[in-house]
Design a protein. Structure first.
Length: 90
């Protein structure tokens, strides 16, 4: 197996940016389940994935499409109830 080239003499040392303890203490099953959940959320029609400069910084943004649809249905039902009440009053 080929080894990577050594870093140039003026290169900064590669050190982890985030602590690895919490990540390494989790089981692979838990990590894979979280990955599968993110993939399934990203494939839903009411979800949007916004990628930043690097894939590891991807942010999953859930839209409120379902809440808006329910609100619209509630408003329509209220209008029908008002119309029905007006008919019975006359």
């Amino acid at each position: 197996m080929a080894l990577p080239h050594p870093p140039p003499p003026n290169a900064l040392p590669e050190v982890p940016v985030k602590p690895l303890g919490p990540i390494l203490s989790r089981s692979m099953v838990d990590i894979r389940m979280d990955i599968a959940e993110l993939h399934s959320k990203g494939s839903r029609a009411n979800s949007v994935i916004e990628l930043t400069s690097t894939p590891s910084d991807a942010i999953l943004i859930r839209t409120n499409q379902i809440d808006e649809e329910l609100k619209f249905i509630d408003e329509a039902v209220e209008e029908e109830e008002e119309e029905t009440a007006d008919i019975f009053e006359n």
